[in-house]
Design a protein around this ligand. Sequence first.
Ligand code: SAM
Ligand code: SF4
Length: 333
Amino acid sequence: MTPLIDPFARPITYLRVSVTDRCDFRCTYCMSEHMQFLPKKDLLTLEELDRLCSAFIGLGVEKLRITGGEPLVRKGIMTFFRAMSRHLGTGALKELTLTTNGSQLSRFAAELADCGVRRVNVSLDTLVADKFAAITRWGRLDQVMEGIVAAKAAGLRVKINTVALKGFNEDELFALLDWCAGEGHDLTFIEVMPMGEMGEEMRLDQYWPLKDLRARLAERFTLTELAERTGGPARYVRIGETGQKVGFITPLTHNFCESCNRVRLTCTGELYMCLGQEDMADLRAPLRASPDDALVGQAIRAAIARKPKGHDFDYSRQHVSGQVSRHMSHTGG
Ligand code: SAM
Ligand code: SF4
């Protein structure tokens, strides 16, 4: 089987799958308070998700990241993780992982580890309970903290993802860093992105460029740039004084597209070839049209042949251009 290579000679080896658009939180930068969710009938079933992901793995995808919405609120999701673990068993899949808000981790951490998950990304923007309740609208910090403890106890490596928000967690930069160092968690900061229709005002207000955040870190610590690349928008530094590795995801201010190795599948079977572009391919129709995977394989190849060179986000003119109207919870970030 020829692997998936896009028109710019980039091998596609990484699939991010949003298994639900629903969530038990309503983070202000991600969702509006009253979200309209998709009718359940539009969702791919767990069996269909299995077929699609397996088709991608058959075409050379080696890394699968499960996301959402909140992936761990999807009913029966452990059946899906269990099913995917068979591809770890054959060696076709090298890594099975997830991005979660952590709320359900105390229930599922041990089972995830048993399915072959080794690392988990947990989103956490603040260590202060009141601020946590405000930014997530519906979340409770202690629940997430318990989840993180459970993940660690199950032997999962935890990476904390923190969205950098001006006027919100600027004052917690060093507290977050210290806490992660103490707990042995890696830490990555994410620059807030213009997703959804939540109003330009708020977006620009919250925008805290990571180059400013990084400059703040450099005032206190010696930062050494690491060569490590993941094919995505993350860059890493080592903090000389603590040995900690800190990541920066700056999709708006950096051009990371040349090394892009990933595509994103939504819970309805839409394949987005680029996070910053509207173009997508419907994989649900070919999947449902035939019980064997020939049609869907062709549809995947045709989609990859349309993968664009890069995205169009641009904050430079102080308004959000290249804005994409879908929410992060749709494509899973
Ligand atoms: N619910 C899970 C979680 O929160 O980790 C997975 C889905 S969430 C959409 C994936 C990541 O996207 C989270 O780390 C979240 O903080 C981030 N995110 C959501 N909206 C964002 C935005 N507008 N800009 C930057 N990151 C965003
Ligand atoms: Fe839910 Fe994650 Fe979006 Fe927060 S960032 S509302 S936890 S999907």
